[in-house]
Design a protein around this ligand. Structure first.
Ligand code: NAP
Ligand code: ZN
Ligand code: ZN
Length: 386
């Protein structure tokens, strides 16, 4: 069946094919090459997804920009989809990474929120039109002109390269400030995984005590969904394909209950109990068993992004007037609010801190659901151009 082009990482601004160069070096054709400076990272060159060292360039710091020396970058499952052309929109080379944190090393003359030495981060987007209805209400994430952090073309015609690299230059509007004392390695994943689950919990009123939230898939997004749900005072139940995650879900992450989705008795006992379900599953799957878990008028919120269509039976939606909705990251104002909330409530990710040269092994393990619960690259200590 035909479907419209899927455009999750690259919105209206997919990069042009011309950027590919055989030597893998600077490919972003800048209108003003003299305004650029060298940068270094790791890129995937083709749909094998294998990453290797890559030299490119970034713009010089403009008057509204901050430059961030990158210290840590999380590995999101979207990076895996992207380097393997899982959404059929990849244009190589791709430098992935949109859970970026580091230290501000340069600020433009018109920058007000940041100073040298501040801890700052960049999440999934680096630009938007700034004038549409969505931008006006601080929902740049729904702007038709949103420009994502990797595999897109920015307003100046250059390609966006992500955080598996030494530095990034971004308009201060798209940078997030990290309160002093917040652990940067464990906080990096909040910039995508965190805001992606925080935003719909707010939007659908799940952020209050007394609500019962289901979290399907205990991975990078799922485990921070448990933590935010508990920080909001809600009851949180994990629905998982991995019985081996039961103990730590409850004892370490603080979930109130854990259902193995293949266990019909456990699932049936929870029918009709949940106000909302955050579905983080990265692969195509049958969502029907989870619809039965919702109360009347409950929502299943899709944040997982499999390319293949989902299988949905109508009846469990009709009975109880339930709905399936979608959500993508969050706006910049809400992302800052989420980081401040996380700092106040000690919400951080459980991570495996890895060196840059482990990235290909980490991608393999992520594909096999073998990570507890987010890989974070130790860019500051292990990315070397030598
Ligand atoms: P992840 O760490 O790999 O976690 C996904 C979890 O889904 C796995 O840990 C596993 O949990 C479960 N799962 C995997 N395959 C499954 C299958 N075939 N059937 C049922 N469950 C399965 O991935 P992530 O980084 O959290 O990202 C999850 C998805 O969200 C990806 O598709 C990513 O692209 C997307 N995403 C969307 C947004 C957005 O803005 N909407 C933002 C970021 C990421 P169990 O072992 O517990 O079953
Ligand atoms: Zn992500
Ligand atoms: Zn806009």
């Amino acid at each position: 069946m035909q479907h419209p082009p899927i455009n999750l990482t690259a919105t209206s601004s997919s990069p042009s094919k011309e950027r590919y160069m055989e030597n893998g070096n600077i490919a972003a054709a800048s209108p003003e090459e003299g305004q650029r400076r060298p940068a270094f990272g790791w890129a995937a060159r083709d749909a094998s997804g294998v990453l290797s060292p890559f030299t490119f360039s970034r713009r010089k710091n403009g008057e509204n920009d901050v430059t961030i020396k990158i210290l840590y970058c999380g590995i999101c499952h979207s990076d895996l989809h992207s380097v393997k052309n899982g959404w059929q929109n990849s244009v190589y080379p791709i430098v992935p990474g949109h859970e970026i944190v580091g230290v501000v090393t340069e600020v433009g003359g018109k920058v007000g929120r940041f100073k040298l030495g501040d801890h700052a981060g960049v999440g999934c987007m680096v630009n938007s039109c700034r004038s549409c209805h969505e931008c006006a209400r601080h929902q740049e994430n729904y702007c038709p002109g949103m420009i994502v952090t990797c595999n897109a073309t920015d307003a100046d015609g250059t390609v966006t390269y992500g955080g598996y690299s030494d530095s990034i230059v971004v308009e201060e509007h798209f940078a997030v400030k990290f309160p002093a004392g917040m652990p940067l390695d464990r906080s990096a994943p909040l910039l995508c995984a965190g805001i992606t689950v925080y935003s719909p919990m707010k939007r659908f009123g799940l952020d209050v005590p007394g609500k019962h939230i289901g979290v399907v898939g205990l991975g990078g997004l799922g485990h921070v969904a448990v933590k935010f749900g508990k920080a909001f005072g809600a009851k949180v139940t994990v629905i998982s394909t991995s019985p081996s995650k039961r103990q730590e879900a409850v004892e370490r992450l603080g979930a109130d209950a854990f259902l193995v989705s293949e266990d019909p008795d456990e699932m049936k006992a929870a029918w009709g109990t949940m106000d909302g379900i955050i579905n983080t599953v990265s692969a195509a799957h049958d969502v029907t068993p989870w619809l039965f878990l919702l109360k009347t008028s409950g929502q299943m919120i899709m944040v997982g992004a499999p390319l293949k269509p989902l299988e949905i039976y109508a009846f469990p939606l009709l009975v109880g007037g339930k709905s399936i909705v979608g959500s993508i990251i969050g706006g910049m104002k809400e992302t800052q609010e989420m980081i401040d909330f996380a700092a106040e409530h000690n919400v951080t990710a459980d991570i495996e801190l890895i060196s840059m040269d482990y990235v290909n092994k980490a991608m393999e393990r992520l594909a096999k659901n073998d990570v507890r619960y987010r890989f974070v690259l130790d860019i500051g200590n292990t990315l070397s151009a030598a």
